[in-house]
Design a protein. Structure first.
Lengths: 191, 491
C-alpha cells in the first residue's frame, strides 16, 4: 500500500483555516466504540468514514433515518398520475381513434405504461434524491487534502470532527480524540 | 460422516454445516487484499494478451453488425428472411433473447438483495453490467425492425405537427416504455452501486488522468456514514423498485405475443413462463461469463465454488419451471379443445420445425438436469458447458415460439416456411461482438467486483456485540473478534 507510507504530519504544514480533526482506526470494533463516545460527548458536526457501510454504526453515531423514502413515494404517485393522465388525454381526448373495438380508455390496457412510469419516476428520484441529500457531487472537500484519508475507501476507518461544531475546542477536542485509542490526531486544513 | 471444521469450510465453502455460515470469501483475505485484488485488475498497465485478442475479435464482429444494419437501412427489410406469413423473424427472436439474458443481472442485484442473499455481492457487479450490455444489444433489434428506422422516434409520445399520439393500447408500445425504463433504471442501479468503488480507484490513482476521470465519476464520495445511510436507503429502494420492474419487463415482452389471437401465442401462461425463462437464460449467461472471469482474473477466492453452485441450483430450478411450462402448454392445447391451438402444438413437436423444438427441449430441459449432481454443479467446465447449451436452447425457445406460430396459422393456404438470410445471421453474430466489446471494456476500466459490498460480508466487518440481534444478522467469526469483559477486542 503506497498510501500507508504517507506520514500523518505531512499535511500539518499546510496553510489555511482549520477544517477539523481526523483520527484513524484499524478495524470496525474500535470504530464503533469510539463513535459511541463521540456521540455521548455531544458533538454534532462529525462523521465516520468507512470503506463499506458498517452496521450498527448508525446507532453508535445516533444519526436519524433519512426522509428519502417519502420523496420516492411522492415521485411514485406522481409517476402513476402522469402515466394515467397522459394516456387518457392523448388516446381518449386529444386524438381518439377506435382500434379493434377497444375502449378509448380502460384501466387494464393502461396499467403497464402507468406502472413503468411509476417505477421510472421513483427510481430516478431515489438516485437523484440520494445525491442531493448527500450533497453530491462534491468534488472539493477539505478531507481530500489528507493523504492518509485515501484509505477511507479501501481498508481504514476514520472519525472526523469539524471545527464548526459548537463544542469544538482546538485543545480539548484534540485531547478527547487522542483518548479514543486510534491513530495520532491529524489536523485537516481548508485550502 | 465427518464433522465439518472451520478449516474445511475455509477451503471448500460448498460444505453445509448448519452450525455456522459458510464463508463467502475464501483464503486469507482481508479488506486490504480484496481492495488490492480487485483494483489491481483495473490498475495494471496493460491487460493480458488474451484480452487484446478477444477485444479485436469482438470489435470486428461489432463492425460486421453495424455493416449489416447499414445494409438493411440502405436497402430495406427485404434483405431479411421475413416475409408473409412469417413477418417476425430473427430480429424479434434476438430481442427477446437479449432482454431475457439481462434479467439475471437484475435478479442478482435486486431480488437476491431483498432476500438478503449475501453471496450475490461477489457477482452482482458484473451481472448488472451484463444486464446493461444485454439490454443495449436487445435495444438494437426493435430499433431496426421497425422498418423506417429514421422515424423510430415516433414511438415516443411527443407533441408533433401531425397532431397524432402513439396507441397506448398496444403491447408494442408498452414494450417501448418497459424496456426503456428498464435500461435507465438498470444503469442507475449499476452506477450507484459503483460510486464507492470508483472512489476507491480514485484514491489509489497514481496518474493525473486517472485521478480526474475516476474523481469525476466518483462524485466526491467520502464513505461518510451519513452518506452511507442515505446511500443504503436509496439502494434498498432501487432494489425494491427494480424487482417488480424486471418481472414486468418480460411480462410485457410476453404480451407482445400473448395479446395477439394467434394459436400458440394466445396463452395466459406466457408472462410467468417468459420471466422464468429469462432468469434461466440470464443465469446461464452470468455463469458463462463468471467461470472464465474468475479463472483469468485470479478471483477464485472471491467468486468461490459456492457461488457457482448456487447459480447452478437456480438454473436447475428455473430450467425445471421452463420445462413445466412447456408441458402445461401442451396440456392446455389438448384440454382447451381449440383445434387451431392443438394443431399449433402438435406441429411444433412434429412439424417442419421439430428440429428446433427438440433442440430447445434437449438444451433447456434435459441439460440442466445434470445439476442434480453436486459434481456437475461444482466442476467449472461442466457448469460452463451446460450453461452454453442453455443459452443455445433459450435462443431456440424464442425462435420456436415466434416462427412456428406465424408460419402455420388459421388458414392452410397462407402457410409458409421461414429461413433466415445471411444478413439475419451476421447481425445476430455481430450483436455478440457488441456485447463482448462492452464487457471487455468493463473488465478493463471498472472494478468488476463490488468491493464495498464484498467487504461488508467479510467476517471482519462486524462485531459480536453489534451483530447479535442486528437486522443483517451475520454471525461474527468466533475466533477473530472475541470481546473480553473489559471491552477490549482481541485479534
Amino acid at each position: 500500500m503506497t498510501q500507508a507510507a504517507s506520514t500523518p504530519g505531512a499535511t500539518g504544514e499546510r496553510e489555511g483555516r482549520l477544517w477539523g480533526y481526523l483520527v484513524e482506526f484499524e478495524g470496525v470494533p474500535p470504530l464503533l466504540e469510539a463513535a459511541e463516545k463521540v456521540r455521548d460527548a455531544g458533538y454534532r458536526k462529525w462523521d465516520c468514514h468507512t470503506p463499506f457501510p458498517v452496521h450498527g454504526l448508525n446507532d453508535a453515531m445516533g444519526v436519524r433515518p433519512t426522509r428519502l423514502p417519502w420523496l420516492v413515494l411522492g415521485a411514485g404517485i406522481t409517476g402513476a398520475t402522469v402515466g394515467l393522465a397522459m394516456q387518457y388525454w392523448t388516446n381518449a381526448v386529444d386524438y381518439p381513434f377506435l382500434i379493434s373495438g377497444k375502449p378509448l380508455f380502460s384501466l387494464p390496457a393502461n396499467i403497464p405504461v402507468s406502472f413503468e412510469l411509476t417505477i421510472l419516476f421513483s427510481a430516478v428520484t431515489a438516485f437523484l434524491g440520494m445525491l442531493v441529500l448527500n450533497n453530491l457531487p462534491e468534488w472539493y472537500h477539505a478531507l481530500f487534502h489528507s493523504p492518509r484519508f485515501r484509505r477511507a475507501t479501501a481498508d481504514r476507518f476514520y472519525i472526523s470532527i469539524e471545527a464548526r461544531d459548537p463544542r469544538f475546542d482546538a485543545e480539548a477536542t484534540r485531547a478527547f480524540l487522542e483518548s479514543l485509542g486510534g491513530s495520532p490526531v491529524e489536523e485537516v486544513k481548508e485550502k | 460422516m465427518t464433522t465439518v471444521t472451520a478449516d474445511d469450510a475455509r477451503l471448500d465453502n460448498t460444505l453445509e454445516d448448519p452450525r455456522q455460515r459458510a464463508p463467502l470469501v475464501l483464503g486469507d483475505n482481508d479488506f486490504t487484499s480484496v481492495t488490492e485484488k480487485v483494483c489491481g485488475l483495473v490498475e495494471r498497465p496493460r491487460p493480458p494478451r488474451a484480452w487484446y485478442i478477444a477485444f479485436a475479435v469482438s470489435v470486428s464482429l461489432t463492425g460486421v453488425m453495424f455493416a449489416m444494419i447499414g445494409y438493411l437501412i440502405f436497402t430495406g427489410v427485404g434483405v431479411w428472411g421475413v416475409n408473409n406469413p412469417v413477418g417476425w423473424g430473427w430480429a424479434i427472436v434476438n430481442f427477446v433473447f437479449w432482454v431475457g439474458i439481462g434479467h439475471a443481472g437484475t435478479l442478482i442485484s435486486a431480488i437476491l438483495f431483498l432476500f438478503r442473499q449475501k453471496w450475490r455481492t461477489s457477482i452482482n457487479r458484473f451481472a448488472e453490467a451484463m444486464t446493461i450490455f444485454a439490454v443495449v444489444c436487445a435495444g438494437v433489434f426493435p430499433g431496426i425492425h421497425v422498418g423506417r428506422v429514421w422515424v423510430a422516434y415516433w414511438m415516443a409520445p411527443y407533441p408533433n405537427q401531425m397532431e397524432m399520439w402513439p396507441n397506448f393500447r398496444s403491447p408494442l408500445l408498452w414494450d417501448v416504455f418497459a424496456v426503456s425504463t428498464y435500461a435507465l433504471v438498470s444503469t442507475l442501479f449499476w452506477y450507484m452501486g459503483m460510486i464507492p468503488d470508483l472512489a476507491t480507484i480514485r484514491d489509489r490513482a497514481r496518474t493525473r488522468v486517472r485521478q480526474v476521470i475516476y474523481g469525476l465519476l466518483a462524485l466526491g464520495w467520502r464513505g461518510s456514514n451519513r452518506q452511507w445511510l442515505r446511500y443504503e436507503r436509496a439502494y434498498l429502494l432501487l432494489a425494491a423498485l427494480a424487482t417488480p420492474l424486471v418481472l414486468s419487463v418480460h411480462s410485457v415482452v410476453s404480451f407482445d405475443f400473448a395479446v395477439s389471437q394467434l394459436p400458440g401465442w394466445h396463452t395466459t401462461i406466457f408472462p410467468p413462463y417468459f420471466v422464468a425463462g429469462a432468469i434461466f437464460s440470464g443465469f446461464a449467461m452470468v455463469t458463462t461469463l463468471a467461470v472464465p472471469a474468475r479463472e483469468f482474473f485470479g478471483l477464485k477466492e472471491i467468486i468461490t465454488p459456492r457461488h457457482l453452485e448456487n447459480m447452478a441450483k437456480i438454473i436447475l430450478a428455473t430450467g425445471s419451471m421452463v420445462g413445466y411450462s412447456y408441458s402445461i402448454e401442451f396440456f392446455i392445447a389438448w384440454y382447451g379443445g381449440n383445434a387451431y391451438e392443438k394443431y399449433a402444438f402438435v406441429s411444433r413437436a412434429l412439424g417442419p420445425y421439430a428440429w428446433a423444438y427438440w433442440t430447445m427441449v434437449t438444451c433447456n430441459v434435459l441439460a440442466p438436469q445434470l445439476f442434480w449432481f453436486k459434481r456437475c454443479r461444482t466442476t467449472p467446465w461442466i457448469l460452463m458447458a451446460v450453461c452454453i447449451l442453455v443459452n443455445i436452447g433459450m435462443w431456440f425457445e424464442r425462435f420456436v415460439i415466434t416462427v412456428t406460430s406465424l408460419s402455420a396459422d388459421f388458414l392452410p393456404s397462407s402457410w409458409g416456411y421461414y429461413s433466415p438470410t445471411f444478413v439475419d445471421v451476421l447481425t445476430f453474430v455481430g450483436s455478440f461482438g457488441l456485447f463482448f466489446t462492452l464487457f471487455l471494456l468493463f473488465v478493463r476500466y471498472v472494478p468488476m467486483v463490488a468491493m464495498a459490498e464484498v467487504k461488508s460480508v467479510m467476517r471482519e466487518s462486524t462485531v459480536e456485540a453489534h451483530a447479535l440481534g442486528d437486522y443483517w444478522g451475520d454471525m461474527p467469526h468466533p475466533e477473530r473478534h472475541r470481546k473480553t469483559p473489559g471491552g477490549e477486542v482481541k485479534p
